[in-house]
Design a protein around this ligand. Sequence first.
Ligand code: CDP
Length: 805
Amino acid sequence: MNTPPTDSEMYASKANMNAPTTDSKICGMGHSMKRKEDPRFIRGRGNYVDDIQLPGMLYMDIVRSPHAHAKIKSINTERALKIPGVLAVIDGPTLAKYNLHWMPTISSDTQMVLPIDEVMYQAQEVCAVIATERYIAADGADAVEVDYEALPPMMDPHKALAPGAPVLRKDKKDKKDNLAFHWEAGDRADTDRAMAAAEVVVSQNVYLPRIHVASMETCGCVADFNSAEGKLTMYMTTQAPHAVRTVFALVAGHVGLSEEKIRVVSPDIGGGFGGKVPVYPGYVIAVAASVVIGKPIKWIEDRMENLQADSFARDYHMKVELGAKKDGTMTALRIKTVADHGYANASANPSKFPAGLFSICTGSYDLKHAFCEVDAAYTHKPPGGVAYRCSFRVTEAAHAIERITDVLADKLKMDPAALRMKNFIKPEQFPYQSVLGWEYDSGNYPAALRKAMDTIGYESLRKEQQEKRARGELMGIGICSFTEVVGAGPSKNFDILGIKMFDSAEIRVHPTGKAMARFGTKSQGQGHETTYAQIVAQELGIPASDIQVEEGDTDTAPYGLGTYASRSTPTSGAAAALAARKIRAKAKKLAAHLLEVREEDLEWETGKFFVKGAPQKSKTIQELAFAAYTNMPQGLEPGLEATHYYDPPNLTFPFGSYICVVDIDRGTGAVKVRRFVAIDDCGNIINPMIVQGQIHGGLAQGVGPALYEEIGYDEDGNVYGGSFMDYYVPTSMECPSWETGHTVTPSPHHPFGAKGVGESATVGAPPAIANAVVDALKHLGVTHIDIPITPEKVWLLLKEKGAAE
Ligand code: CDP
């Protein structure tokens, strides 16, 4: 009797929504509602993993390798086990007894949990100490004596891929080289022909170094195996609780941990940015320890462990070539990349896309010929490839195309804004089929760039720059007009370890008209408790303050693939709207029953149904909710709830134009970002304040990699950037007062016309800053600088050009 809503009911509100259509009591989409989660956060009442205390809980600390490559000759635990409070030391051979010393990575590669006889990167887990207190566990870890025989490490991915290089992954039967994968997109021969025919070709090597998500909260868990029930409850810092539960069941099913016996709870999370998608060995060791010892085990990484052992992104060496006509029309793009994945390919990329969505590298431009390829190398670095606040390698792609566009502008002596305007995909070309296979849903790139130029006063800035240059001052203006691709699925193309990518929402309206909404995603600070409530409020007219949002508990939330790659709004956000529309369709039946009219005679106005032509005859959603439990018509299923699993027909393609102004100190080489205008377009906006916050945070996370951050290694495999003493994350002192704005180009296929936004600024900011620095120095003959553009790098360059003070 519950007939599903029609297509027109389901997909009813895709119109351009520049202003809210609900009042502030309901607080639907478009209101800058204050975040519902903040009262607990600002009172210090959040519930993070390290806040969890369980009776009898023990603590785990990890012994890590000081070598990038070494043979383990022996592990002596005698001294450690003599420390009062140290209960056990778990090593590779212990786990091997249960066949738990290896695990799959999220990219279907394999990775050691604990080694038997060889370590493959510095800071690799060697064994774990379990004790009654955290600091006793740390003392125990210090007391474990490991005898290593150091072996030569392979730190250079190019050397690793060279013929005859020693094979690193000897554990892989028949592996004869260090190629983790080769992937390509586009037509190589066609692109070669177009490149050969181009009137102008520019070429640039661009390196995006290894960086770290450096979230405020490190990784950790409390593994609680209840031997009486045979059930594992795993409180952990994960962005994808359901996928992790399934992976645990697949890996540990043979020791009795089947999926219904595993509950993964992801409580409040202090930033994830992709780094909390993979499963790290520490989680697995904690589970094994809890199963063996029968007590809850807490493991929380310290900052140096976090920076040295997990959550790495980028490490892409790209050769970028762009062909064009003399008038600036871009004709062909070719990119060859060597990607350093470290010891294992542990990136969370969909199976069909081992190099992520790198093939968005044609960016915002109407390029007819393009080819890109990626060779991924194994080296003796920690497993890398995390999609740090980016939709699987989009940051790398955007950096490549936006940098080479400026190189072309320089070569042709064209203004970089004019060159972009000339080559943009035009608004009337959408939906646009890119030569590398994407169907861009909607866009208006000239409008965003024009708005950015007007906001910053582009033409007068160019004059200011000329005057300053004449006085010997170094000022640069950098532009980035990026296109993003977010919202994985569609399930036909996207999966993680074979699990198809879609997402879910379940809404229950209680008899008193309040509601509970649960999702398969998991906020890490993005404000989902607020924005999901606003979506439901928009659709049902129940005030957002009356809607409780829950995520992250696999025992209660509907199955979903989690939150990363700005996918929550495009997937679960859509599911929320469609589940709400199912509820509205049922509420209509109840209204027809109560008002004694046919359903066709009813009209919806936010929060109530009324009889056409007799608006005084109406029933509010709250009255209808009560009736769903107290006065439903015979034959209609009681209750008022719905679940929707949303499999998007396409990704969404947010975009933006950023312009930044930098000043460079000729005495120190320091780059100061003086102004930064960010115009973003994420379609219809749910909460403008939250979107602005997302952009502010993302821009700061763009300044970091652009100017300061790098995890590097010397030839012996020793890390630099492994602590906050030498991994410089920007503070508010390094950030300008951001100037943000937006244009609105709704997504035509999303149920309420929204696109994701979470990572736009992290993608768009680094090339804008790099372009600005090069622009400041181009009269000195500088055409490119790799990020991070540190004062040292700039000063040495100035010295070389005779321009240092
Ligand atoms: O997946 P993730 O939450 O990281 O990214 P997102 O879907 O881009 O959303 C980030 C935050 O911005 C969420 O709170 C969204 O609800 C909000 N947002 C919005 O208010 N309007 C949009 N059009 C897109 C996102």
